[in-house]
Design a protein around this ligand. Sequence first.
Ligand code: PEP
Length: 265
Amino acid sequence: MRARLVAGNWKMHGSRAANASLLDALVDGLGGLGGLAKTGKRGGCECAVCVPFPFLEQVAARLTGTSIAWGAQNVSEHAAGAFTGEVSGAMLAEFGCRYVIVGHSERRQLFGEDDARVAAKFVAAQASGLIPILCVGETLEAREAGRTEAVVSAQLDAVLATSGAAGFARAVIAYEPVWAIGTGKTASAEQAQAVHALLRARLAGQGASEAEAVRILYGGSVKAANAAAIFAMPDVDGGLIGGASLEAQALLAIVAAADAQPANT
Ligand code: PEP
């Protein structure tokens, strides 16, 4: 059984005041969804928010004792040292992070993170006890050239090469087609399912039990209106949510859509 996960990616958004209202609304709203936040009991869908580094202390203070987990959006592949501007996994762990996104397409495209670097970040996250959310996904150009499978397979293989299938025993994968991120275009439920199934099959080639258990999230313009159809797919175990995660009611509706689905097995 794979417990569903809906993780928000705030990207470079937020302020102390805006975060306070958003977090209050999320905690209150999840309390209404089977009492998840009030009891601290995890139900059918886990919820997490991945926030900018400076807000981790505020988020940790507000979410401690609730069922909502938190994390960061990037981590250094290095443990410590002269790496100005970088943040280590150990630092994130000190702020109670459960998750960290690695290899988001914005990091790959805008900050030149290649597959090898992403794989090193995956290792660094786990070395600090964090659960990496490994993002993979193809550009529109690659999809139109029929290269989706080749691109996402290469991105997954880079991590398999360093961490093996065993590395996925404590990790999450997010399939995020680059053409769907922040564009309002969403992959159809069938397109998402096809890529999720191929990622799981590729992992199964190296570790059947890890492949069965790993959660594969879909990300790319998920909204309340399209979440249920995507989450109904057998290999879609939740979502990584950008824009909609900044609006409490939108994120809550997406969590409710995931929560309403039976767990995938
Ligand atoms: C993301 O940033 O990971 C993302 C999926 O963004 P959006 O939901 O805005 O497309």
